[in-house]
Design a protein around this ligand. Structure first.
Ligand code: HEM
Length: 445
């Protein structure tokens, strides 16, 4: 056992050389690592640190990558040591900044696995997520893949698909808002890459840390739930730009500008569920997540001249300023949907994505978009299998994603360059308190 002392924000670990139940601390290559655990490697640098996306942070990662024979690398770099707490009112991975890497996965319950097995699994998964996000090894099925790195802002976010409730004998607790999304025109959905009983979003600023968490959770589920689908995605690495800024997608656009922002009036009501009416008490403080795997027709898109690309979205590509803004404007210049150009035409075209998707055009419908890019090689026709793993958190998909997507699928200039290929809708339970587990309000109240 580690003997851990915490002094304010400082956590020091004196190690006896154990990595939980997995034997002596070892490097990835299997050599003893001078008795230093992953947790000890965290040192003091990153306790509670919010990644500041400074160029220095990215440089520090090199410390984690020392070969096995090199001298002890000391504490993980600032990027590696950054932690995001697992416990809290809301699950992590919703409000915090996107990490550089994501693993998305869904699991289906095994035949015969009911409520008790589900409860045991969620307890085990929550305990593991709490340990890994704190930079500690898993208690079961630890494989040492992430041994030298800190938690790298790891977050693990769990969701429940509509199909879970019948299988686990919880049909009477299924929220009305979890009804299947309607079919939208031009949807080309592959059910094998969407839906699922249990959903997991794993974000981290290091690919090995994210994959490690997925692998451990998958093995811990054995016998209770089996992997149904998995998708890997990426976003900007903190420190890659001179200053923190909104990231770009694979079409090259700055994406995420007009998201609802914490602190704005009504923010919580847009993103998090409240109890009352047909909204169950067990989901209060939780959210709904809509997942869409959206392939971008990049060969067609990239053949489009820049000015036409900008008119498809309604924003400049260079700096994300709305087309209604003066040349001196920027990403944060408010959108003016009524603005006209010198010839009297709308500055933001009638089918521009930001006009058709705007809350003002959809009865106030809003969602918190937190998607990641994917690039999975080439399709048979030689075009890239690439696009956006669209993820949007919202208080109620019936007043968020569904009306907006209904409108986009009919009148959005961007939809000519997209194919929706997979879909999922999940209830995202509230966060777990210390000592509790995600899903406890559903299974025990
Ligand atoms: C690959 C697909 C998509 C791409 C590349 C894309 C890209 C963008 C870009 C570049 C912006 C402008 C910057 C910003 O405010 O974030 C934007 C805004 C927005 N998008 Fe998308 N988007 C996609 C799919 C969707 C979908 C499926 C929805 C919802 C059904 C959606 C909803 C929105 C909303 C609500 C806004 C903000 C509009 C505003 O109020 O200004 N987007 N999107």
């Amino acid at each position: 056992m580690d003997r851990t002392t915490s002094t304010g924000s400082t956590t020091n670990t004196e190690s006896t050389g154990s990595t939980g139940s997995t034997g002596p601390a070892r490097t990835a290559a299997g050599a003893p690592h001078r008795g230093v655990t992953r947790r000890a490697l965290l040192g003091t640098a990153g306790a509670g640190l919010v990644v500041g996306a400074s160029a220095g942070a990215a440089g520090a990662v090199a410390l984690d990558r020392a070969p096995a024979a090199a001298p002890d690398p000391g504490p993980a770099g600032a990027l590696g040591a950054a932690r995001r707490p697992f416990h809290g009112e809301h699950q992590a991975g919703i409000l915090d900044p996107q990490q550089a890497r994501v693993q998305l996965a869904a699991f289906d319950l095994a035949a015969g696995a009911g409520r008790d097995a589900l409860r045991a699994l969620l307890r085990r998964w929550s305990r593991t997520a709490a340990r890994l996000t704190a930079g500690e090894p898993a208690e079961e099925f630890e494989n040492q893949v992430a041994l030298d790195a800190g938690p790298c802002s790891l977050t693990v976010t769990f969701g429940f698909g509509a199909t879970l409730f019948d299988k686990a004998g919880l049909a009477d607790r299924r929220p009305a808002a979890l009804e299947p999304l309607p079919a939208f025109p031009a949807d080309a959905l592959d059910p094998a890459r969407g839906d699922g009983d249990l959903f997991v979003q794993i974000g981290a600023d290091d690919a090995l840390v994210a994959v490690h968490a997925l692998r451990v959770l998958q093995r811990q589920a054995a016998g209770t739930a089996a992997l149904r689908w998995q998708s890997a995605g990426f976003a900007r690495t903190p420190g890659a730009t001179a200053h923190p800024m909104t990231g770009r997608n694979l079409m090259g656009q700055i994406d995420g500008t007009n998201n609802p922002k914490p602190g704005e009036d009504g923010f919580a009501g847009k993103v998090f569920c409240a109890a009352g009416g047909d909204r169950p008490a067990w989901l209060a403080g939780g959210s709904y997540l809509v997942f869409r795997r959206i392939r971008m027709l990049l060969d067609t898109w990239e053949a489009l001249p820049l000015d036409r690309q900008e008119r498809v979205i309604g924003r400049r590509k260079s700096d994300g300023a709305p087309l209604s803004a003066p040349a001196s404007g920027g990403e944060s210049t408010p959108v003016d949907l009524a603005a006209q150009g010198p010839d009297g035409s709308l500055a933001i075209p009638s089918d521009a994505h930001i006009r058709v998707a705007a809350p003002a055009a959809n009865g106030g419908a809003a969602m918190l978009r937190r998607g990641f890019s994917y690039h999975d090689g080439l399709l048979a026709d030689g075009s890239p299998d690439a696009g956006l793993l669209f993820l949007a958190f919202q208080a109620d998909p019936r007043q968020g994603f569904t009306p907006v997507q209904r409108k986009l699928s009919r009148g959005d200039g961007l939809s000519r360059f997209l194919r929706h290929e997979a879909s999922g809708l999940y209830a995202v339970p509230p966060g777990a308190p210390q000592g509790g587990y995600v899903g406890q309000t559903l299974l025990e109240d």
